[in-house]
Design a protein around this ligand. Structure first.
Ligand SMILES: Cc1ncc(COP(=O)(O)O)c(C=O)c1O
Length: 430
């Protein structure tokens, strides 16, 4: 084992984090190579700095005119220069402040400094490398974003074990979490993936459900199971109902028990309407973790980032910094939240008026971009293709049993027509 990896593992000695790391994770470290020598030179090379692999002209990174013209608000350092491997430090500070503002239950000194990754997908892929070994089990409620299968099963050769997301009464299946964790922990280790607001259902736990989820995970941890709990917060903030738990489940899990290492994966992708920017963040939280131990985990993650994407997009980070610092930021976001909420309320009204439809039953939804129908006695894939080729309407079929509708992507004025066509087409297929 590399000496630096061993030193990081020594710092993590006795923590759940060390037991949860995969072989990859245990092996990983951040080398004292070009990157750390460059960082050192940035501080001390006052005469000439000849370290970094970038071309300079009069102390500014060379920047072609079309780039300058297209990004007039960014200096060459903000547009074309490399970003540091862990991400721009001021962006990391700003994002942490945002996490604490939006999740007041989180103790600011009890979590790690967020690391910048290239979107949430990239963050989840790094976590799967660092914590999931071949043949490990990853526990996910059965309505989940299909990309997890590619990440955990195809990339890492792990096995996803699922369980019903909802109870028969239409609430979150809290007992399912407990039973699945207890029945599938291997060598005292369980990896749990949660995503609220959920893709594809658009469901988030109520306040009571969030509390109960915390309680059952605490019970599993108290029984000795070490749990990596990954919160995919892609759609964070789009909570439309009063009784919904409007904080990240990371708030509950990041300080719950020393056997639980919680990780928040979030980003600008959906929260700040910057889908193509490819900026995500990874933040760790564990009850007894020290700042040195968080730094050791971040060093391992830096190794994973350095060896794959090297660093995330600099112009996207610069633009996100400017956005987060803009005085109109929260106000403008609130306006768009209201637009999406209105779409949600309209869809709820339409769905309620079609409650008796023999073809489609709406699954519970209260947040996010989506809602899903269960297709009763008809193929969801057949419905999807019929909608596409006869009506020119694009939807997503899942397991041939569910139809996902991204109502957030359709203007309010078009929702009545969209849903009328969906119901009519489905009922015509019965
Ligand atoms: C649940 C969930 N997580 C993550 C992502 C992807 O995020 P990113 O584009 O930042 O990789 C999506 C996008 O569809 C998603 O639905």
């Amino acid at each position: 084992m590399n000496q630096l990896a061993q030193e990081l593992n020594d710092i993590l000695h006795g923590t759940a984090a060390l037991s949860l790391l995969s072989d990859f994770g245990k092996r990983f470290y951040f080398p004292k190579g070009i990157i750390s020598q460059t960082a050192e030179a940035k501080k001390y090379a006052s005469t000439f700095n000849a370290t970094v692999g970038m071309a300079f002209n009069k102390k500014e990174p060379i920047c072609l005119k079309p780039v300058k013209k297209s990004m007039p608000g960014l200096s060459p350092k903000e547009s074309v220069a490399y970003a540091p491997t862990p991400g721009d430090e001021s962006l990391r500070n700003l994002w942490k402040k945002e996490i604490l503002r939006k999740n007041p239950e989180v103790n600011g000194t009890g979590i790690s400094q967020p690391m910048v990754v290239s979107g949430l997908t990239n963050g989840i892929a790094h976590l799967s490398d660092l914590f999931v070994d071949p043949d490990d089990v990853v526990i996910i409620p059965d309505m989940f974003w299909g990309n997890y299968r590619l990440t955990f099963e195809a990339r890492r050769c792990a096995k996803i074990v699922d369980f019903p997301f909802f109870t028969g009464q239409g609430g979150l299946n809290i007992q399912g979490f407990k039973e699945t964790i207890m029945n599938n922990a291997r060598n005292g280790k369980a990896v749990l993936m949660v995503n609220f607001p959920n893709n594809p259902t658009g469901y988030s736990p109520t306040k009571k459900e969030a509390e109960e989820l915390g309680r059952v995970i605490l019970e599993c941890a108290e029984s000795g199971v070490k749990i990596l709990a990954i919160a995919d917060d892609a759609y964070f903030g789009l909570f439309y109902e009063k009784d919904t738990y409007t904080h990240s489940i990371f708030s509950v899990l990041s300080s719950i028990h020393e056997n639980v290492l919680a990780v928040k994966v979030d980003g600008a992708t959906k929260e700040d309407y910057m889908w193509g920017f490819r900026i995500g963040f990874v933040t760790f939280g564990g009850k007894t973790m020290t700042s040195d131990q968080y730094e050791a985990l971040n060093k391992k993650l830096m190794g994973a980032i350095r060896s794959s994407i090297s660093n995330a997009s600099r112009p996207a980070q610069s633009l996100l910094i400017k956005t987060l610092q803009d005085p109109g930021y929260t106000g403008e976001k609130e306006q768009y939240f209201q637009i999406l909420k209105e779409r949600y309320q309209t869809v709820r009204r339409i769905v309620a008026s079609r409650k008796e439809s023999p073809a489609l039953t709406a699954l519970p939804f209260n947040s996010g971009y989506f809602m899903s129908f269960r297709t009763n006695g008809l193929s969801a894939e057949k419905l999807r293709t019929e909608l596409l080729h006869k009506e020119g309407i694009g939807t997503i079929s899942i397991q041939d049993t569910f139809l996902r509708v991204a109502y957030a992507s359709v203007d309010l004025a078009d929702l009545e027509e969209l849903y009328l066509k969906i119901y009519e087409t489905a009922e015509g297929l019965l």
